[in-house]
Design a protein around this ligand. Structure first.
Ligand code: DX5
Ligand code: ZN
Length: 223
């Protein structure tokens, strides 16, 4: 699973044919699973029973994105289901470090997500506690929104901290990622890309290959 990683979001898949929709993205690195509780965000998706079935049939490991309140209470359960990565929101926890340690102890990678209005600076010194930082490039809640370029400085700051301290952390972007925006995110330091409508709006395997090529092209011209 080397960078750039492409993680399709099944929020844009056909929920009634999830098994086929999962098989259609077998060339992806991970499958991004958006859990929404209609409280932390104004939308509702799924909870543990459905995630358990996704875990059982998915050809690629699960990248959980928990857009739920009281992450301290609910996030460890997704690690226990066998998810590869569990990302909770900084705005939804009282103790991000304790929660990350719990998720890691269970055996999953621990991720922290920042809404567009949340500054990255207070979290930079906590990065060694995490395996992934998710910089949201749309307001969480819905697929198909426009990419927010003004989030790029957050990625640059995280990328600098990563280099300065030699951290082994993935920098993920989520929201509005397309072949046209992925290069900008890659240049700012992102290495892990979530794409919902861009993947499921066409032939998924083709779209994954196009996104991967666009991210790669960019990283190469930069180097
Ligand atoms: C939005 C979700 C995203 C969503 C992205 O709150 O976290 O994962 O699926 O969808 P696109 O790629 O269409 O912006
Ligand atoms: Zn997401």
């Amino acid at each position: 699973m080397k960078s750039p990683r492409i993680n399709p979001s099944i929020l844009s898949a056909d929920f009634v044919n999830l098994q086929a929709e999962l098989e259609a993205i077998a060339s992806a690195d991970l499958v991004h699973v958006d859990v929404m509780d209609n409280h932390f965000v104004p939308n509702l998706t799924m909870g543990p029973p459905i995630v358990e079935r996704i875990q059982a049939v998915s050809p690629v490991p699960l990248d959980m994105h928990l857009m739920i309140a009281d992450a301290d209470r609910w996030a460890p359960g997704y690690a226990e289901l066998g998810a590869y990565s569990v990302t909770f929101h900084a705005e939804a926890t009282n103790d991000p470090v304790a929660l990350a340690r719990k998720i890691r102890d269970i055996g999953a990678r621990a991720g922290i997500a920042l809404k567009p209005g949340t500054d990255v600076a207070p979290y930079l010194e906590l990065l060694p506690e995490f395996d992934q930082l998710l910089v949201m490039t749309v307001e969480p809640g819905f697929g198909g929104q426009a990419f927010m370029p003004d989030m790029m400085p957050k990625l640059q700051q995280a990328s600098e901290a990563k280099k300065a301290h030699g951290l082994d952390i993935w920098l993920q972007v989520d929201g509005g990622i397309t072949v046209d925006t992925i290069g900008m995110a890659a240049e700012a330091g992102a290495d892990t890309f979530v794409a919902g409508s861009a993947v499921y709006g066409g032939v998924p395997e083709q779209r994954i290959a196009e996104l991967r090529a666009a991210a790669n092209a960019h990283v190469h011209t930069k180097a």
